[in-house]
Design a protein around this ligand. Structure first.
Ligand code: ARG
Ligand code: ZN
Ligand code: CA
Length: 437
């Protein structure tokens, strides 16, 4: 737990996401310990002690809940506005957004293809065909960040299983809120992102300067464990986003700043305010960094591993097969664990034959994800540990066959313990996310 994780009084500058984060930290020991485990894993990726093992693109099934008040028909946004949002996401998370060439020269090498695509769900939780859009009338005039929009009992819409779908609620938000997300590790029944309808997509009710679909890009960044680029420390420069390749920055930038904007002694280039995790206008943000993509991978291969192994919510091939991965654009973050230490190409989980959601035992899916992910981590750990254990004399002071065997035994025991611990941790993080019965 770091300083930025400690509860402190909300300020005007906090977005809904951080307010929810602090509320959960205050209320839930489960959330606190899960956040610590998730942060620990992210740190291992950040330090290069572990590297992302996936090479292909992951496709996330999306369900959009349009929660609208019939008295205000505009809230019931059209299908093509929803499609326009998905298109923006598929450009932004693949670094295929046309405005990426506005990234200042100095940071171009950092622009990352996150290797994530989004597709409207084509199977609902019962395995029936769907367009992934749920329209729910409400008598509420607007919503806040209290999660009321996420449950039918409070005038909203219940989520689809949050380990298989990215749930997006689109509604009227109050208080100038454009959107908010829940970080990974939170309660499953409120997992997902909420977006103001007029800050969603690029057509229909989308209104400038938030009509570029970037609110969803930003909130999904949080959903994949990214913090605000300035570290939410109200200008103190004391905490950051836990990503090394984004410059430490004092506070949020807004509008459309001129480059460079220097703070926290981060000159000459200053703040990376064109990052999706700042607060600038939609047409002023256009990049994730490699470090951020790496952190999202830590999340996807950890607490959100169910999305790597469960194509149930998408009928048809949802992602590349083992033989033919559609590769990310050569922006894989630097690797400290040698490639040889990673499982071979067969590591990419073979897509199950598009099972119906009901046919795929949720627990079974989860366990597979956890095991698969853990195996990867374990391999990396094994290789690292192996490399740092020199052939030493046995405890009896000589390196005879006995000492050698004992040394090997000790090493194996230690490694087995480490692997078991990791399996437990991941199963706990993934499996533990289900609602209490
Ligand atoms: N949660 C932030 C807010 O409500 C979203 C900021 C998104 N920024 C943007 N340019 N779309 O203010
Ligand atoms: Zn935010
Ligand atoms: Ca940083």
């Amino acid at each position: 737990m770091t300083e930025s994780d400690l509860p402190h009084p909300p300020t005007r500058d906090l977005c809904g996401t951080m307010l929810v984060h602090r509320r959960l930290l205050n209320e839930s020991t489960t959330y606190r310990s899960r956040r610590a485990a998730i942060e620990n894993r992210a740190l291992q990726y950040e330090r290069g002690r572990r590297s992302p093992s996936r090479t292909g693109v992951v496709t996330i099934p999306v369900v959009v809940h349009v929660v609208h008040n019939p008295a205000v028909p505009a809230q019931n946004i059209p299908d093509d506005q929803i499609r326009s949002q998905i298109e923006v996401l598929n450009r932004d998370f693949r670094a295929a957004n046309p405005d990426r060439d506005k990234v200042p020269e100095v940071w171009r090498p950092l622009v990352a293809d996150a290797g994530i695509e989004f597709r409207m769900a084509s199977l609902d939780p019962d395995g029936e065909p769907t367009d992934g859009i749920v329209r729910v009338p409400t008598d509420r005039t607007s919503f806040g960040f209290d999660d009321a929009v996420k449950a039918s009992a409070t005038g909203g819409a219940d989520p689809w299983p949050t380990d298989q779908y990215l749930n997006i609620w689109v509604c009227q938000l109050g208080g100038g809120l454009l959107g908010y997300a829940q970080f990974p590790g939170g309660p499953p029944q409120t997992d997902g992102v909420v977006i103001l309808h007029s800050a969603f997509g690029t057509t229909g009710t989308a209104a400038p300067p938030f009509d570029g679909g970037r609110t969803a890009t930003h909130e999904i960044g949080h959903w994949l464990d990214l913090y605000h680029i300035w570290g939410d420390d109200d200008g103190a420069c004391s905490s950051d986003d836990k990503v090394a390749d984004t410059p430490n920055q004092a506070d949020a930038n807004t509008g459309s700043p001129a480059f460079p904007h220097v703070s926290c002694g981060n000159g000459p280039h200053g703040d990376m305010f064109m990052n999706y995790m700042d607060y600038v206008d939609d047409d002023a943000m256009f990049m994730f960094t490699r470090g951020q993509a790496n952190r999202m991978d830590a999340c996807l291969e950890g607490v959100r591993a169910s999305f790597l192994v469960a194509p149930g919510a998408l009928s048809g091939p949802s992602r590349p097969t083992a033989g033919e991965p559609s590769a990310r654009n050569g922006t894989a973050p630097g690797t400290a664990v040698p490639r040889a230490a990673m499982p071979g190409p067969s590591h990419w989980p073979a897509p199950a034959a598009a099972p119906g959601v009901t046919g795929t035992g949720a627990m079974g899916t989860t366990a597979t994800g956890a095991m698969g992910t853990t195996a990867t981590g374990a391999m990396g750990t094994t290789a690292t540990a192996g490399a740092t254990v020199p052939a030493q004399p046995g405890p009896d002071g000589h390196a005879g066959p006995d000492g050698e065997v004992r040394r090997l035994l000790r090493d194996s025991e230690r490694l087995a313990t480490e692997v078991l611990k990791e399996i437990r941790t991941v199963i706990d993080m993934v499996g533990g996310d289900r609602p209490e019965a």
